[in-house]
Design a protein around this ligand. Structure first.
Ligand SMILES: [Zn+2]
Length: 605
């Protein structure tokens, strides 16, 4: 049996873009799961084999420890009083590139490793310009030097200076400091990830050139004290709220939908404070700024990728939205990246693909003029993940080379002569997205997650068990996986923040009802083809925001009609192949003119 149906689901956030003379790419973060089809998965056996092979390739063993190899590990600056540790685990950016990584890059990584082994070491702190107390230093004062185009009165805002940023802020002190610190940490992470493109890479390489392979970084710096210098600070503006942000950006088209903006013209990132911190947007815009301003970009006044290849400009910024900052270590990429959940839904559930040929051909304006811009962003970011997280040093090298070309940076890295095998990458992208228990076990996440879509994957309760309890989970899609009540309850014991839940064709039953009762923020629910019955509808009575309800193939009966009709925001409900009678369906249809009843086209094969 196959069911085909267009479902339109509300997307996540919105945002942003760049360029004063182009419209804001308002759909940049509007990924959403729109235009996707509900479809039964196929080719399970083949896919299972493929993922097994992929899992073997993905496995990276360092010494005896298996480490997450589907993401890159980077160091964060530490306070001097932190106890040192040997941070030998993780796939580091230079290591991932294999022999192509320059000696300077390797030395820079060793420097960070040495900093982690001995955070108090003054020679290393001096070299990196880290404060002698704490891991982060800033000064805040009443602002007087903000750029004129902001239109801010002198003294009406704060100016926060850190080592690499100047932040003009109308937000409260706490928010300003939090943003400043995050920017500074992200800066250090980016320098390690994109060392060959960083403006100080030549300086660092030269400074550490004579450090022998076996020589300790500490003793080398004692005999040869140095310090990294940078040309100028990067400018960030933090408005107190969205209205102020919109006022500052004025007539920029699409600004009302954006949550952050990098202006190439003003060389400034613009953000606004809100109750819910939005690190993904901030880091996305920051990455645009870093490639432009923390490199020796020769773009001058022109914009990157005007004629073609714009996908990677947005792809790399979207890739950095996956940045996880732990207390000491950061990672970027990995199967749990939020953008990859949407990509899984899009590709593995909806069958929506976009070839690399199509993606590569658009320049900035062509991309921004696309009617399917949200889809275009989703694929651009997915493909960046595929190239960087897919364990191919050659693919990875291509990303560095291409970024150097797009931003006109004279990088020290070697250039590839050939293009990549684009059609091969098109063929393997589904495999890249499809994870299994082994992959989850080998690439464990140590932190709770907010979005999880494993539909179309080969994950069982064993794999799910590796994911930490995630109380802030907003979207959970485990459709068609052999998962029962207990696994769902363990993952998110209090589903208070859950907004979208898809447990179609899983092993759940009425034992999950008490749990469902607590999920009062739900707006989209799919319990189709499960053993659920009228009790499920009863337990959803507190979830007054439900707009879409799939109960196809369940045990619900006419008993549930009144409760369904009482759902105030319900727009669509499917009750085919249930115990609801023909008269019951008519009752639903008559119940509300806005209500779409049985939208699914069921076909029996
Ligand atoms: Zn962007």
């Amino acid at each position: 049996m196959q069911k085909m149906q267009l479902i339109t689901l509300v997307g996540k956030g919105f945002c942003r873009a760049e360029g004063e003379n182009t419209r804001l790419d308002a759909f940049d973060r509007f990924d959403g799961k729109c235009e996707a089809c509900k479809r039964q998965s196929s080719n399970r056996v083949l896919r299972c084999l493929a993922t097994l092979i992929a899992a073997c390739v993905f496995l990276l063993v360092v010494g005896n420890a298996v480490i997450a190899a589907d993401r890159t590990t980077l160091f964060l600056p530490l306070a001097p009083e932190v106890e040192g540790s040997e941070s030998g685990e993780g796939l580091f950016a230079d290591v991932a590139l294999g022999e192509q990584a320059s000696p300077g890059w390797k030395a820079y990584r060793r420097l960070w490793q040495a900093h982690h082994a001995d955070p108090a070491n003054p020679g290393i702190r001096r070299f990196l310009g880290l404060p002698l107390k704490g891991d982060f230093e800033s000064t805040a004062k009443r602002g007087r030097g903000a750029p004129r185009w902001l239109g801010w009165k002198s003294g009406s805002y704060a100016q926060v200076d850190t080592a690499h940023f100047v932040l003009y802020s109308k937000a409260d002190r706490e928010a300003s400091m939090r943003v400043a610190e995050d920017l500074e940490r992200c800066y250090w992470v980016w320098t390690q990830m994109f060392f060959p493109l960083w403006e100080s890479s030549a300086q660092v390489s030269l400074a550490l050139k004579d450090m022998g392979d076996d020589e300790s970084v500490t003793s080398f710096l004692e005999s040869s004290p140095q310090r990294i210098t940078t040309r100028r600070k990067l400018r960030v503006v933090l408005c107190s709220n969205a209205d102020e942000y919109r006022k500052v950006l004025g007539a920029t088209p699409g600004v009302e939908l954006s949550t952050g903006f990098y202006s190439d013209k003003y060389k400034t990132v613009l953000l606004f404070a809100s109750e819910q911190d939005d690190p993904a947007t901030r880091r996305h815009e920051l990455v645009h700024q870093l490639f432009r301003e923390a490199t020796r970009s020769g773009l001058g006044r022109s914009m990157p990728a005007t004629n073609e290849g714009f996908w990677l400009i947005e792809g790399i910024a979207g890739y950095f939205e996956s940045l996880y900052l732990g207390p000491e270590i950061a990672t970027v990429g990995g199967w749990d990246s939020s953008r990859l959940q949407f990509a899984r839904y899009r590709l593995l559930v909806g069958g929506d693909s976009m070839s690399m040929d199509e993606l590569r051909q658009d320049g900035r304006e062509a991309a921004q003029a696309r009617s399917d811009i949200a889809r275009w962003y989703a694929h651009a970011i997915l493909r960046t993940h595929q190239l960087l997280d897919g364990r191919s040093a050659r693919d990875r090298q291509w990303v560095y080379d291409q970024l150097a070309t797009l931003y006109k940076i004279n990088a020290e890295s070697a250039s590839l002569e050939d293009e990549l095998d684009w059609s091969g990458l098109d063929r393997s992208v589904r495999k890249f997205l499809t994870v299994d228990d082994q992959h989850l076990a080998d690439n464990r996440v140590s932190y709770p997650i907010q979005q999880l879509c494993l539909a179309g994957c080969e994950v069982s309760e064993t794999g799910l068990q590796t994911i930490p309890v995630s109380p802030s989970l907003q979207w959970l899609d485990l459709s068609r996986l052999p998962i029962g009540n207990a696994a769902v309850q363990r993952l998110v014991p209090e589903p208070e923040k859950l907004e979208q839940l898809n447990l179609e064709a899983t092993r759940i039953d009425s034992g999950l009802q008490n749990w469902l009762r607590k999920a009062t923020k739900l707006n989209e629910v799919d319990l189709s083809w499960t053993k659920m019955g009228d009790g499920a509808i009863e337990s959803l009575s507190g979830a007054t925001k439900i707009t879409t309800l799939w109960m196809t193939g369940t045990q619900i009966s006419d008993q549930s009609l009144a409760a369904i009709l009482k759902m105030p925001d319900l727009e669509s409900v499917d009750v085919q192949r249930t115990k609801i009678s023909g008269a019951g369906v008519k009752q639903l249809q008559a119940g509300g003119s806005q209500l779409d009843v049985n939208p699914l086209e069921l076909r029996t094969q």
